[in-house]
Write a protein that binds this ligand. Structure first.
Ligand SMILES: [Zn+2]
Length: 104
């Protein structure tokens, strides 16, 4: 089985179209036949397929949304922390004023 290098280049260029179903009839046949005889291109094709599948699954969307949630949560936590510091300062200030009135 002889595989010419230029075929791999062409297949590599055509793969995205092939996977989107946008490749023409001749291109599709060419890619399909090449994938059957060329292992390295087939591996690339399978990798691309895996990436395409994972990018369209809900799993990935869940990962993204949970990352978003974590960001929002971190923001809320920071805000809560700032509020806490603010209250502590207010309480200390009030305590100081109160103590000043009490013990002068
Ligand atoms: Zn190839």
């Amino acid at each position: 089985m002889e595989i010419r290098d230029w075929e791999c280049d062409v297949v590599y260029d055509l793969l995205p179209l092939y996977m989107d179903g946008k490749a023409g009839e001749d291109s599709r046949t060419f890619v399909k036949e090449h994938l059957q005889k060329c292992r390295s291109c087939k591996e690339i094709y399978e990798d691309m397929q895996r990436i395409q599948e994972s990018s369209s699954t809900e799993e990935l969307q869940e990962t993204i949304s949970s990352q978003k949630e974590q960001k929002v949560f971190a923001k809320l936590r920071r805000r809560f922390f700032l509020a806490l510091i603010f209250y502590i300062i207010v309480i200390i200030a009030l305590g100081t004023v109160f103590a000043w009135f009490l013990f002068r």
